[in-house]
Design a protein around this ligand. Structure first.
Ligand code: AMP
Ligand code: ZN
Ligand code: FE
Ligand code: FE
Length: 285
């Protein structure tokens, strides 16, 4: 069984539509794929409608959180997408992304970059707008060669010249909301230090005590030594350890199924969830 529990579509900052994502997941030989767009569930219906036979969809989202000034991402799986408290927090974060992206455009204009909001809005389409969309605009304008090159102190990295923070949920509140909606919570790429500051192990221990179910261990932004350390920490704290690609289509270099989750861990995630069930594919539209 090949299980990839972290993928983005055009509902946020991936480049595959939800339908393309599930078709590509099947073509990549996956048995289970999770749709985890940033702060939104709007890709679910299209993914389910297109789901090929033999592929199971885990519905989820990647929630933007911040702890002591450090941005972090919380994967939520198999929660009830209509549960009102989590829904309204998701909408708050997602909607705040728009004025925030506009403010980043203004900062870039002040730096002399001929970027416009219309350009970023076109790139984002109806997906929840984020820095990768702004980064794509910078690539289009020839300011940087690749999306990753926009994530430096010169441009869009945390605290960089054109960075603007967005509303992000306290992770302890996120845990309460996820649990309240019947979901399972997995800390995404907890030690991705290339992306900026990461939270200390003591905070992971506090989150574990507050109901965190697991953390992502096998991820492209974790070096082998980091994975070894995280595996030890997960064992110590009784956390599940997952592996996933964090696929973003052509916006990032990783491929579907580049890292995968152990079937036993996946089974435990599905047993703990009460908000939704994995959706078996029936052939697709
Ligand atoms: P946002 O949610 O708009 O703040 O954008 C965060 C997203 O930008 C993350 O989910 C990553 O996909 C991407 N990102 C953040 N840091 C980096 C980085 N150093 N290199 C490449 N992509 C990054
Ligand atoms: Zn993303
Ligand atoms: Fe993330
Ligand atoms: Fe992600």
């Amino acid at each position: 069984m090949r299980i990839d529990l972290h993928c983005h579509s055009t509902a946020s900052d991936g480049t595959d539509t939800p339908a393309e994502l599930v078709r590509n997941a099947a073509a990549a030989g996956l048995d289970v794929v999770a749709l985890t767009d940033h702060d939104t569930t709007r890709g679910y219906a299209e993914a389910i409608a297109a789901l090929p036979a033999g592929l199971t969809l885990v519905t989820g989202a990647e929630l933007s959180c911040r702890l002591d000034g450090v941005s972090m991402h919380m994967l939520a799986y198999l929660f009830d997408p209509e549960e009102p408290a989590l829904l309204s927090e998701r909408e708050l974060v997602r909607d705040d992304r728009v004025p925030r992206a506009r403010a980043m455009v203004v900062k870039l204009q002040e730096l002399g970059v001929p970027i416009t909001w219309e350009q970023v809005a076109r790139i984002a389409g109806d997906g929840s707008v984020g820095r990768p969309h702004v980064a794509t605009a910078l690539v289009e304008l020839g300011v940087v060669p690749t999306v990753n090159d926009a994530f430096t102190g010169d441009w869009l990295a945390d605290g960089a010249r054109a960075y603007v923070p967005k509303h992000e949920t306290d992770p302890f509140e996120a845990l309460r909301l996820i649990k309240g909606a019947g979901g399972v919570a997995v800390f995404a790429h907890p030690a991705a230090s290339k992306r900026g500051l990461t939270v200390p192990e003591s905070a992971i221990a506090e989150l574990a005590a507050a109901g965190l179910d697991g953390m992502e261990i096998d991820h492209m932004d974790h070096e082998p030594a980091t994975r070894v350390r995280l595996r030890g920490l997960a064992a110590e704290l009784g956390l599940l350890g997952t592996g996933s690609s964090d696929y973003h289509g052509s916006r990032k270099t990783c491929v579907l199924g580049e890292y995968t989750t152990d079937p036993e861990v996946y089974g435990e995630i599905t047993r703990r969830a009460t908000g939704a069930f994995p959706v078996p594919g029936t052939g697709g539209a």
